[in-house]
Design a binder for this molecule. Structure first.
Ligand SMILES: [Zn+2]
Length: 480
C-alpha cells in the first residue's frame, strides 16, 4: 500500500547508500542491504509503502540509455521499486504500477546516475587550499549534478571515513563514496596532510594492513614511490584484498606498475605511450581513469571565457567567494615561466586525448574521473565537462556515458550492483531533457535525479548563503 509522507533532511530521512564493496577486493558485504529501510527525498513528498521503503517510481516517455552501450530505447519506461530498478523497456511492454510517482521525461532521456571516480573532498576551489568543513556543499553539488557515485582518490583518512559512513547510514545526503584514504607516497610527499610516508618497500605491508582495517576500497600509490615500492604495495594490497591505483607523476615507471598488477592509472597518460604499453595494459587488465578535466584546468583552456561559470550546475551550487577567487585566478597576468608551463600542459592535454582514444580502441577499461576540485573543475559539473572532453577526444557519446557509468562500476567490481539501467540494479537514475546519445551536452540539462529509488528534491541541494556558515579555505594541503 502506498501512502504519502513529507519529510525534511534530518537524521534517518535519507536514502542509505551502501556501496557493497567488491567481492574480488575482499571487502564484500561489509555493508549489507538489511538496513535499507527508510526513506524520502529531502523535503519532498515521496510515496512509501508500509515498511517505509520508497514507493514505485516510473520514468516515462524517455529514451533509455542503459550505460552499457546498448542501443537506446525510444519511448521507453523505467520502473523502480524500493531502491531497485525492476522493469525497463518500450512503453508498450512495461506496465506502470498503480500509485507510482511518474517522472515524465517528455521525450528526454534517462541514464544511470553518473560516477566521478577521481575526486578529493578536501581541497578548496583551487584544489590545494584546505576545505573540509564545507563538505556538504560538495556533496550537494555532486547530487545536484546527478553524480550518484564517487571515488575519493586521496584524503585525510578519518575525515573521508566518516563521510562515507554517514552517507551509507542515510544520515548525510551524498553520493555512494568509495575511498582510498591517504596517498601512499615516498619519503618526501607532495601532499603531507593526506599521505602515508614510505621510506622503504618493507613498510607497505603495515600501510596496507592499517588501511584494510580502516575499510578503504583501494590503495593509492603516489609519485614518490620507486618501482620496487609499487611492486611491494601491490603485493601487500593483495594480501588484504585491496587493489592499487597509481599516479606516479609524468616520469613514473608505469610499465613496471602495470607488470606489478595495479588496478588502474589514476590519470590518462599525457606523454608518449607505445603500442607495447597499451598491449601490456590490455593483457594485465589495467584500467585508466581519464581526468582530462584537470589537464584542461592546468592548461587554463577553460579560463579564457568564464561564461561557463553561469551554468546552473556551477552557479547554483558554488559559494560566491569560490567564484570570485576563480575569476581573479583566471584574469591575473602570468609570468613568462607560467606561460611556458601552460603551453606544455596544453600539449599534454592534446596527447592525453589522443591516448584516451587509442586506449578505448584497444579495449582498455576507461573510467571517467575529474580530479575535482581544481580551478574550473567543479564537483558535480566537472563530470559533465569530462564527458564533453571524452567526446572531443573521439569517443562516441554512448561510449563516453559508459565510461562514466558502467565502467566505473566495473572498476570497483560492482557492475552487478550499480552503473547500468537493468532490472535488479540500484535505482540511481539521471533524467535529462534532450538526447545525450546524440549530443553529449544534454547530460547537463537535468530534469530529475533519482537516488536509490528516491526522487531527490534538487532545490534542497542548491547553495544558500542563508544556510551556509561561510567557512573559508585555509592553508594548503600541498607541501610548500
Ligand atoms: Zn587526484
Amino acid at each position: 500500500m502506498i501512502t504519502q509522507t513529507f519529510l525534511c533532511v534530518r537524521a534517518n530521512a535519507l536514502p542509505p547508500v551502501p556501496r557493497r564493496a567488491a567481492p574480488a577486493h575482499g571487502l564484500a558485504a561489509r555493508f549489507g542491504t538489511a538496513f535499507l529501510t527508510l526513506v524520502a527525498a529531502a523535503c519532498a513528498p515521496v510515496p512509501q509503502d508500509d515498511q517505509g521503503a520508497p514507493g514505485a517510481v516510473a520514468v516515462t516517455n524517455a529514451t533509455i540509455i542503459d550505460g552499457m552501450g546498448g542501443a537506446p530505447i525510444t519511448d521507453g519506461v523505467v520502473i523502480a521499486e524500493g531502491d531497485r530498478i525492476v522493469a525497463v523497456g518500450p512503453a508498450a511492454e512495461v506496465t506502470v504500477p498503480d500509485g507510482a510517482t511518474i517522472i515524465d521525461a517528455a521525450g528526454g532521456a534517462v541514464m544511470p546516475g553518473l560516477a566521478d571516480m577521481h575526486v578529493h573532498m578536501v581541497g578548496g576551489w583551487d584544489g590545494v587550499s584546505t576545505e573540509m568543513l564545507g563538505y556538504r556543499r560538495y556533496l550537494n553539488a555532486l547530487l545536484h549534478a546527478g553524480v550518484t557515485t564517487v571515488f575519493d582518490a586521496g584524503n585525510v583518512l578519518p575525515f573521508i571515513q566518516q563521510i562515507q559512513a554517514e552517507i551509507e547510514a542515510g544520515r548525510l545526503p551524498g553520493p555512494r563514496v568509495y575511498m582510498a584514504g591517504p596517498l601512499v607516497d615516498g619519503p618526501v610527499p607532495i601532499w603531507p596532510p593526506i599521505t602515508y610516508f614510505t621510506f622503504e618497500a618493507s613498510a607497505m605491508w603495515r600501510h596496507a594492513s592499517q588501511l584494510a582495517v580502516a575499510g578503504v576500497d583501494a590503495l593509492k600509490g603516489y609519485a614518490g614511490l620507486s618501482a620496487e615500492m609499487v611492486d611491494s604495495l601491490v603485493q601487500a594490497g593483495a594480501e588484504f584484498g585491496l587493489p592499487v591505483i597509481v599516479d606516479l607523476g609524468s616520469r613514473g615507471d608505469y610499465a613496471a606498475a602495470v607488470d606489478a598488477g595495479v588496478l588502474a592509472r589514476a590519470h590518462a597518460p599525457s606523454g608518449p605511450l607505445s603500442d607495447d604499453e597499451i598491449a601490456a595494459m590490455v593483457e594485465h587488465g589495467t584500467a585508466t581513469i581519464t581526468t582530462l578535466a584537470v589537464l584542461e584546468s592546468f592548461a587554463r583552456r577553460r579560463l579564457t571565457d568564464l561564461d561557463f561559470l553561469d551554468h546552473p550546475l556551477i552557479a547554483a551550487t558554488t559559494p560566491p567567494w569560490f567564484l570570485e577567487a576563480l575569476r581573479e585566478h583566471a584574469t591575473r597576468t602570468l609570468s613568462d615561466a607560467e606561460v611556458g608551463f601552460v603551453a606544455s600542459i596544453e600539449e599534454r592535454l592534446m596527447t592525453a586525448m589522443t591516448n584516451v582514444k587509442r586506449l578505448s580502441d584497444a579495449g582498455v577499461l576507461l573510467v571517467a574521473g575529474t580530479d575535482a576540485p581544481y580551478p574550473g573543475v567543479f564537483q558535480g559539473e566537472g563530470i559533465h565537462r569530462e564527458l564533453e572532453l571524452l567526446v572531443e577526444a573521439g569517443l562516441t557519446p554512448l561510449q563516453a556515458i559508459t565510461v562514466a557509468t558502467h565502467n566505473a562500476a566495473r572498476l570497483m567490481d560492482a557492475s552487478d550492483e550499480w552503473g547500468a539501467i537493468a532490472p535488479g540494479m540500484a535505482a540511481d537514475l539521471l533524467v535529462v531533457r534532450g538526447n545525450p546519445a546524440e549530443n553529449i551536452g544534454a547530460t547537463r540539462d537535468i530534469l530529475a535525479v533519482i537516488q536509490r529509488g528516491v526522487v531527490l528534491d534538487r532545490s534542497q541541494l542548491v547553495f544558500s548563503a542563508l544556510d551556509d556558515l561561510g567557512f573559508r579555505t585555509v592553508g594548503s594541503v600541498a607541501a610548500n
